[in-house]
Design a protein around this ligand. Sequence first.
Ligand SMILES: Cc1ncc(COP(=O)(O)O)c(C=O)c1O
Length: 371
Amino acid sequence: MPVDTTPLFRVTMAEDAAVRLAPVLVSGWIGQGPKVDEFEAALQPWTGGGEVVTVNSGTAALVLALRLIEARGKYVITTPMTCSATNIAILNAGAAPLWADVDPVTGLIDPLSVRHRLADYGDRVAAVIAVDWAGQPADYDALASETRGLGIPVISDAAHSFGATYNGRRVGEVADLTCFSFQAIKTLTTGDGGALTFGRDHQHLAKRARDLRWFGIDRTTDVLFRGEQDITEWGYKFHMNDIAATIGLANLPYVRGTLALQRHHAATYDIHLDAKFGRTVPAADANGAWWFYIVRLTDPAEREAFREHMLGQGIVTSQSHWRNDRLTIFAEQQRNDLPGMDEFGERMICLPTHAGANEWHVVSAANRFFG
Ligand SMILES: Cc1ncc(COP(=O)(O)O)c(C=O)c1O
């Protein structure tokens, strides 16, 4: 592997993060405190202006969301094309995943397949989880038209799509509940962290989410930690701390530039790679976050050779995640025919869009593969 290899993902950290962190470390307060409040307020314009409840990971946000809508003992319709965190959260919440198919071009959950699962499982379904794979928002309007009449909430796993918009609205205000990840390599990082936001009709859930992220204790009435408060509903140790929030506050001003660069790389790949691959997602005219870029090889048999070729050119590419319905941990779950997943999963490969990726190097390396 060449020394100056371009990784698929990279940490984007503000140069002044350490400077901003220093006073917090010696302030005498590093747990959940004023910096968490400040970070939540700073996130609001990015997520639609509503309530923001930060937590210590995207996975925690998903478990909390499922708890808020009482998913325990029920099914959650979900996509296999995601990081295992999405679907492990369903198990953690005491629910069972029910696989819906994905669009063979975008890899996003297919609303028609959701309709079929809803028809089969009806009131045993607690929620639908859509994942904004690569940072392209799922079709939330189509999902809402399948679920709203049934009173079934849509949860957006927006781990890849912080900063994206969907039909002019910000990811974070579109779905009933939205879960963000600020893990190490995400567009916005807090080291590790996450946030839960709420659609217009679900803002009232924020208070319970705040209590549940801290064992079920109302931190606003127990500020002095007198330890006299009864706990009426058990919660989790899911809250964010002031160290993570300070890192997030340092990085937030750079997100606009990071997103612009990710979108620019994606638009360049659109133009210069489209003819070489099977039809890809048109990145340029959508407001996705493009945390990474996806292409589809025309012949699935070429994927390994393409990956090796790109690595030889100093660029890491990969499928990033394996379809979750094939993981051993889900072997006991309902198996479904998923032709869209078969098609997408065999051909898809991810290219880097981060600030350290040289788009022309990626384009010319990919073009060399096709001779
Ligand atoms: C789609 C998706 N959902 C959820 C998560 C979990 O987020 P976290 O690592 O912050 O728990 C990830 C990965 O980080 C992810 O890629």
